[in-house]
Ligand binder design. Structure first.
Ligand code: PEP
Length: 251
């Protein structure tokens, strides 16, 4: 019912040559992948070159962030329209590294999500609790706050352009993955919360990805969970063979 999404977040890695080489190696390894949407999110400066390299393939492009204004005196920012112009269909918004190091709040995340959807992009909207919050039993409170804050003012129709990525901060880049059960519990809570906000039918349609040290070795178990609809992959997306093995999880 929900087509799985496997998205690679390349973070601050890969120069133009390296990025083009990576997608060049990846494309043949995933070309037979059926019933899965494949997305990669390179740094802004290489988007144009990667867009050319993936043209005609089943790999789609995402920006790693965007600003909420379309243009203006905002030095250093990139707008949704500019991402589209560079070949992106998607954008990651609210990644925990942006919340942690660049002062993103639920409010700025919300402004960005609304602008991105208005600009014709689909959004990979990241949420997740820190280790401290999990240990203080605040996981669900945090997820609910991030969901309702990030999606404030978003209509049911607009929600069709949103993919939620549940990324427990303690599992990102640490090698420590949430267990299948822990991830499923959080995903089920997220779907229930979305159902409360926008109705069951809409919530049942939304893809919820898991992110946090996803590797070829753990993708199958995660994907077997009823509310896990794909993965947002950091480290393991930087090599064609490991990312392809995750994309081809079913095969
Ligand atoms: C991420 O960057 O979104 C991520 C989940 O990273 P990693 O897979 O390296 O934990």
């Amino acid at each position: 019912m929900r087509t799985p999404v496997i998205a690679g977040n390349w973070k601050l890695y890969k120069t133009t040559g390296e990025a083009v080489e990576l997608v060049g190696n990846l494309a043949p390894l995933v070309k037979h992948a059926r019933d899965v949407e494949i997305i990669v999110a390179p740094v802004f400066t290489v988007l144009g070159s990667v867009a050319k390299a993936v043209a005609g393939s089943n790999i789609r492009l995402a920006g790693q962030d965007c600003f909420w204004e379309e243009e203006g005196a905002y030095t250093g920012e990139v707008s949704p329209g500019m991402l589209r112009d560079a070949g992106c269909s998607h954008v990651i918004i609210g990644h925990s590294e942006r919340r942690q190091y660049f002062g993103e709040t639920d409010e700025t995340v919300n402004r960005k999500i609304r602008a991105a959807i208005d600009g014709g992009l689909s959004v990979l909207f990241c949420i997740g609790e820190t280790l401290e919050e999990r240990e203080a039993d605040k996981t669900f409170v945090i997820l609910k706050k991030q969901l309702s804050g990030g999606l404030a003012g978003i209509t049911r129709e607009q929600l069709d352009s949103v993919i939620v990525a549940y990324e427990p901060v303690w599992a990102i880049g640490t090698g420590r993955t949430a267990s299948d059960g822990q991830a499923q519990e959080a995903h089920s809570f997220i779907r229930e919360t979305l159902s409360g906000l926008h109705g069951k039918e809409t919530a049942d349609r939304i893809r919820i990805l898991y992110g946090g040290s996803v590797k070829p070795e753990n993708i199958k178990g995660l994907m077997a969970q009823p509310d896990i609809d794909g993965a947002l992959v950091g480290g393991a997306s930087l090599k064609a063979d490991s990312f392809a093995a995750i994309v081809n999880f079913a095969g």
